[in-house]
Design a binder for this molecule. Structure first.
Ligand SMILES: *[C@@H]1O[C@H](CO)[C@@H](O)[C@H](O)[C@H]1NC(C)=O
Ligand SMILES: *[C@@H]1O[C@H](CO)[C@@H](O)[C@H](O)[C@H]1NC(C)=O
Ligand SMILES: *[C@@H]1O[C@H](CO)[C@@H](O)[C@H](O)[C@H]1NC(C)=O
Length: 485
C-alpha cells in the first residue's frame, strides 16, 4: 500500500535537473515531458518536500502542480512546519502560508509555534518580522491559559509593542460575553475552515460476550474495517473521548473488576499507554471533553451507582473531583452542546429505576441543573451531538430495549422524537461525523450486534452500513479521529 517516496535530497537534485530540462521542453513544445515531470513530482508530495515542489511549480507555471502542492502544504501544516524547507522560507512565503483559511490544524497553537520556530531559526535577522507574522496568527482562538502561560511569556512577543496589541485584542475577545464576540470583526477572530480531513471511527474493547481487548477502525472513505493495536488489558463499559490527538479509554470493567485505570491511544504511533488513574472506580460512565478537560461522569463502582464526577487535566496528568450530579446515574450517556455538559438518563440504583431525567453541568458555576426530561426512560442510551442538538438513541427500560430516538434542542429546552433505528439497541456507541450520527453495535436484548447504522437529520432516516464489525459487541467505546497520514 505504501508508495515509494524519493529521499528529499535525491528529489532536490532531480528538481535541479528538471530546472534545466523544463524550459527546453517548453521551447521545443515537448508538453508531454513537462506533464510527466509534474505528475511525477505530484506523486512525491510529502511534508518534507511540498514547499520546494510548490516553489518549483510556481517558477515553471505548472498551475495544477502548484495548486496540489499548496493544498498539500495546508492540509499537512503541522508536519510541514517541522521541515527544513519551512524554516528556510522567506517572510512573504511564510505570511502567505499562515494567512490561509484552509490550514488544517488541531489548534491555532500550531501556527503560533511555527512562527516562533521560524523566527528563532535566524533570530537576529527575523525578529523584526514578528509583527508582520503575528498579524496572521489568530490569537483570539487560543485558550486563555495558553495566551497567559505561553504567548505572553514569549520574549519575541514581549519585545514588540505591535505583538502586544494583538495579545490585548485576544484578551479582550475572551473577556467579552459570547454574544458580543461576534461583533469583533477581525481576520484573527475568524475560524479556519479546512477541507474535511479523512476520518476514522475507532471502536475500543467492549463485551463479546466477555470484556475484550480488540480495537477496530472504520474508514468512512474506503467503507471498510481494519484492526489496530489492542488495548493493554480487557476493557468494556469504559468512557471514550478523542482529545489532543489521542483516544482516551476511561475506567470500565476488565472482566472481574470496575477499574480506575485510563489508557490513551496514539493513532500515529498505533500504540497504547497508561495515564493517571481516576480517583474513583467506574464502569458504564459517561465521558466527554469540555473546555479542554476530560470529564468522567457517574457510572457504577461495583456496588452502587455514582453521582460523582471528576475531570482530567492532560497537561498536569491529574484527576480532580468537581460537583456531583443531583442523581446517581450508572449506564449514563453524556454530550457537550454550547459549552455545557449533559448527562442523559441512566439507572438510579437507589430507586431501582431507569431514568428519564437529564441534567446539565456549567463548568463556570460548577453546578448541575435539571433540564427537560426525555419522553421515555432510557438506561444505556447512546448519546451524541450533531448540529448543536443532543441525541438519545435507544437504551432500555427494564427488559424493554428501545429502537426509538429523541433529540434535545438547548435553545428551546425541549425533546422531540425522530425516526426509529432499524434495530433495538442498548449500550451501543454513538458518534457524529460529516453531518451524520452513527450508532455502533450494542445489544438488542439477546445478542451483541456487529452492525452499524447512521442517522441523516436532513432526511430523518436511519441507514444500515453495509460493512459490519468483525465482532458483535456491546459496551464498546466509540469515537471519531483524524485519519493518521
Ligand atoms: C528586541 O528587539 C530589538 C530590535 O527589534 C533587538 O535589537 C533586541 O535585541 C530585542 N531584545 C530581545 C530581548 O530580544
Ligand atoms: C482486573 O483489574 C484488577 C485490578 O487492576 C487486576 O488485579 C485483575 O487481574 C484484572 N482482571 C483481568 C481479567 O484483567
Ligand atoms: C454558566 O453560568 C454562568 C453564570 O450563570 C453564565 O454566565 C454562563 O453563560 C454559563 N455558561 C454557559 C456555557 O451557558
Amino acid at each position: 500500500m505504501s508508495r515509494f517516496v524519493f529521499p528529499a535530497k535525491c528529489l532536490r537534485i532531480l528538481m535541479c535537473v528538471l530546472q534545466v530540462l523544463l524550459p527546453a521542453a517548453g521551447l521545443l513544445q515537448l508538453q508531454d515531458v513537462k506533464k510527466t515531470c509534474c505528475e511525477f513530482l505530484e506523486s512525491q508530495l510529502h511534508p518534507v518536500n511540498c514547499l520546494g515542489i510548490r516553489a518549483f511549480a510556481d517558477m515553471h507555471a505548472c498551475t495544477d502542480l502548484l495548486n496540489k502542492a499548496n493544498t498539500y502544504a495546508e492540509q499537512h501544516f503541522a508536519d510541514v512546519v517541522l521541515s527544513e524547507e519551512f524554516l528556510n522560507l522567506g517572510i512573504e512565503q511564510v505570511c502567505s502560508l499562515i494567512s490561509s483559511d484552509k490550514l488544517t490544524i488541531s489548534s491555532e497553537e500550531k501556527v503560533f509555534e511555527a512562527v516562533i520556530a521560524w523566527v528563532n531559526h535566524d533570530k537576529d535577522v527575523r525578529q523584526e518580522f514578528m509583527a508582520r507574522l503575528m498579524e496572521h496568527v489568530r490569537l483570539p482562538l487560543l485558550p486563555r491559559e495558553y495566551l497567559v502561560q505561553r504567548v505572553e511569556e514569549e520574549a519575541l512577543v514581549k519585545n514588540s509593542s505591535a505583538c502586544k496589541d494583538y495579545l490585548i485584542e485576544a484578551m479582550k475577545y475572551h473577556l467579552l460575553p459570547t454574544e458580543q464576540r461576534i461583533l469583533m470583526k477581525s481576520v484573527r477572530t475568524r475560524l479556519r475552515t479546512p477541507m474535511n480531513l479523512p476520518k476514522l471511527m475507532v471502536v475500543v474493547g467492549g463485551q463479546a460476550p466477555k470484556a475484550i481487548r480488540s480495537v477496530e477502525c472504520y474508514d468512512f472513505k474506503e467503507e471498510r474495517w481494519h484492526q489496530v493495536a489492542e488495548l493493554p488489558s480487557r476493557r468494556c463499559r469504559a468512557g471514550m473521548v478523542y482529545m489532543a490527538g489521542l483516544v482516551f479509554a476511561v475506567g470500565g470493567f476488565n472482566g472481574s473488576l470496575r477499574v480506575r485505570t485510563v489508557d490513551s491511544y496514539d493513532p500515529v504511533k498505533d500504540q497504547w499507554t497508561s495515564v493517571a488513574n481516576m480517583r474513583d472506580r467506574r464502569s458504564t460512565l459517561g465521558a466527554a471533553v469540555l473546555n479542554g478537560l476530560l470529564y468522567a461522569v457517574g457510572g457504577f463502582d461495583g456496588s452502587t451507582g455514582l453521582s460523582s464526577v471528576e475531570a482530567y487535566n492532560i497537561k498536569s496528568n491529574e484527576w480532580f473531583h468537581v460537583a456531583p450530579m443531583n442523581t446517581r446515574r450508572s449506564s449514563v450517556g453524556v454530550g457537550v452542546v454550547g459549552g455545557l455538559l449533559y448527562a442523559v438518563g441512566g439507572y438510579d440504583g437507589a430507586s431501582r429505576q431507569c431514568l428519564s431525567t437529564v441534567e446539565c453541568y456549567n463548568a463556570t458555576t460548577n453546578e448541575w441543573t435539571y433540564i427537560a426530561e426525555m419522553s421515555t426512560r432510557r438506561s444505556g442510551a447512546g448519546v451524541g451531538v450533531l448540529n448543536n442538538l443532543l441525541y438519545a438513541v435507544g437504551g432500555h427500560d427494564g427488559p424493554l430495549v428501545r429502537k426509538s430516538v429523541e433529540v434535545y434542542d438547548p435553545t428551546t429546552n425541549a425533546w422531540r422524537q425522530v425516526a426509529d433505528m432499524n434495530m433495538c439497541r442498548r449500550n451501543a456507541g454513538v458518534c457524529a461525523v460529516n453531518g451524520l450520527l452513527y450508532v455502533v453495535g450494542g445489544d438488542d436484548g439477546s445478542c451483541n450486534l456487529a452492525s452499524v447504522e447512521y442517522y441523516n437529520p436532513t432526511t430523518d432516516k436511519w441507514t444500515v452500513v453495509s460493512s459490519c464489525m468483525s465482532t458483535g459487541r456491546s459496551y464498546a467505546g466509540v469515537t471519531v479521529i483524524d485519519k493518521p497520514l
